[in-house]
Design a protein. Sequence first.
Length: 77
Amino acid sequence: MAFVITQPCIAEKSGECVSICPVDCIEAGEDQFFIDPNSCIDCGACVAACPVNAIVDENSLGPDQEFFLEKAESFFD
Ligand code: SF4
């Protein structure tokens, strides 16, 4: 499992999550930040740091949010 950064990040891109991640697995993309699904240890620390509630655990993604996991996987490919 991993946490996934979704739609609200695109308008916000505030980046508070980056420094809070203990394994340094959040990186800036062109239009949003991405969590590396292979490095995320599921600690959940970034969830509370996000001012726009953009970070969702993989198992709670809605059908319209699954795209963001694929987008993250492609980013770190
Ligand atoms: Fe980093 Fe933890 Fe967020 Fe995963 S859940 S991206 S390890 S802060």
